[in-house]
Ligand binder design. Structure first.
Ligand code: PLP
Length: 442
């Protein structure tokens, strides 16, 4: 695609080298509902399996509908290649399993989605992968946690509930000194942040959220930034430098650039080993659903962000709200990160703490009429949830507090409705949650 067209609004509609369906000229991306693909002959089949030629073999590993989505998400993030998978959880899991094995560790930010904490604390531990936590308030905490078994850094761009923007470049720079890649979950900030431009090596998304955007599809993606040298320190990245017995002894860090001419070893390894073996593929029907949402993601993000900013101003002036949590509402050091990393808006997520604590939080949620009470973010509709009793309920009370979930915390995922209607609903629910009164807005 011409660099002149390298705008997210245009990439979302035209990215991925897709103009029309080669077989039918259909403009919309068709759903290729097929499990398998006819080989031209036995030589071609052998070449495909040996990765001497790239092409379709079996839909668990690749599909033409998914391929268009993958190319568009890669282009949107400024990466070189992408793999779509069944969910955001699969994306995070694969991103870690692609670099770490039993006995290894990763260093992760403490600010994480609750499901990721559960994955890291329990499932990865059972697989023998240790997750060490570093408070991103000071990027140096990542450096302190490294040892010779550290395979990756992991973080979220805009993690709730704290909504402290992650210091991407600062931590990526530490990683570069030790040949440790930074994996960033950019679920909450597509379009407004491009972590690869700041040095991240891998970007994962829950496509379920803003990218699909309509609360209709579950999916995930892993973008390979193409900017990390997997062979620079063979001891640091054994999975890319030692022969893989599961694939004829392939040394992924060497063989992929040789075969493709591109630094996409991370994406290729994840596809041909993890997706092959674990099989958590995104169905082409769901890939189609995500593509429909992706087409308008840039437009929606603008509206999510501008609505959220107005909601924040309203909430700051409401007596029942003791604290408003938003990327810009932190001390200067942290708020400056929002300015540095989030462009064109500061996201659609807003946190509030209510004067009345737990009871007020529950009453607020139960009083909402327009906002939906659901466990999701990034829907075109406005959503609200009380994390202590839902998304973060599988964490211990100590883990909840560490994650920033106080009993009276309510998370709002501001949608794209008219902002006056969103504010009206929040206001009536706040007033019902106690006897709240509105201060004069100056
Ligand atoms: N990452 C973040 C930041 C999320 O908010 C979520 C889900 O809420 C996930 C990952 C997991 O995504 P999925 O629900 O698509 O598995």
């Amino acid at each position: 695609m011409s660099t002149k067209r390298n705008h997210p609004e245009t990439i979302a509609l035209h990215g991925g080298d897709y103009r029309s369906d080669p077989a039918t000229n259909a403009v919309a991306v068709p759903i290729y509902r097929t499990t398998s693909y006819l080989f031209k002959d036995t030589d071609q089949a052998a070449n495909l399996f040996a990765l001497k030629e790239f092409g379709n073999i079996y839909t668990r590993i690749m599909n033409p509908t998914n391929d268009v989505l993958e190319k568009r998400v890669a282009a949107l993030e400024g990466g070189l290649a992408c793999l779509t998978v069944a969910s955001g959880q699969t994306a995070s899991t694969f991103a870690i399993l692609n670099v770490a094995q039993s006995g290894d560790n990763i260093v992760s930010s403490t600010d994480l989605y609750g499901g990721t904490v559960a994955l890291f604390t329990h499932t990865l531990k059972k697989l023998g992968i240790e997750v060490r936590y570093a408070d991103p308030a000071d990027p140096k905490n990542f450096e302190k946690a490294i040892d010779d078994k550290t395979r990756a850094f992991y973080a979220e761009t805009l993690p709730n509930p704290y909504l402290r923007v992650f210091p991407i470049q600062e931590v990526a720079d530490i990683g570069k000194k030790y040949n440790i890649p930074l994996i960033v979950d950019n679920t909450a900030a597509p379009v407004i942040c491009k972590p690869i431009e700041h040095g991240a090596a891998v970007v994962v998304h829950s496509l379920t959220k803003y990218i699909a955007g309509h609360g209709t599809v579950v999916g995930g993606s892993i973008v390979d930034g193409g900017n990390f040298d997997w062979t620079a320190d063979p001891k640091r990245q054994p999975l890319f430098n030692e022969p893989d017995a599961s694939y004829g002894g392939a040394v992924w860090g060497k063989v992929v650039p040789e075969l493709t001419g591109a630094n996409v070893a991370f994406a290729v390894r994840a596809r041909v080993t993890l997706l092959r073996d674990i099989g958590a593929a995104l169905s082409p029907d769901n890939a189609f659903g995500v593509i429909q949402g992706l087409e308008t993601v840039a437009l929606r993000m603008k509206q999510h962000c501008s609505n959220a900013e107005k909601v924040v101003e309203f909430l700051k002036n409401h007596d029942e709200v003791t604290k408003v949590i938003y990327p810009t509402e932190h001390d200067k050091n942290i708020a400056d990160r929002a300015e540095k990393y989030l462009k064109g808006g500061k996201g659609g997520l807003v946190g509030i703490e209510l004067k009345g604590g737990l009871d007020a939080g529950k009453k607020f949620i139960d009083s909402l009429k327009l906002l939906y009470h659901v466990a999701n973010i990034g829907d075109a509709r406005s959503l609200a949830i009380h994390p202590a009793s839902t998304t973060h309920s599988q964490l211990t009370p100590e883990e909840q507090l560490k994650a920033g979930v106080t009993p009276g915390y309510v998370r709002l995922a501001i949608g794209i409705e008219h902002v006056d209607d969103i504010i009206e609903d929040i206001e009536q629910a706040l007033n019902k949650s106690s006897k709240g009164t509105l201060k004069a807005v100056s």
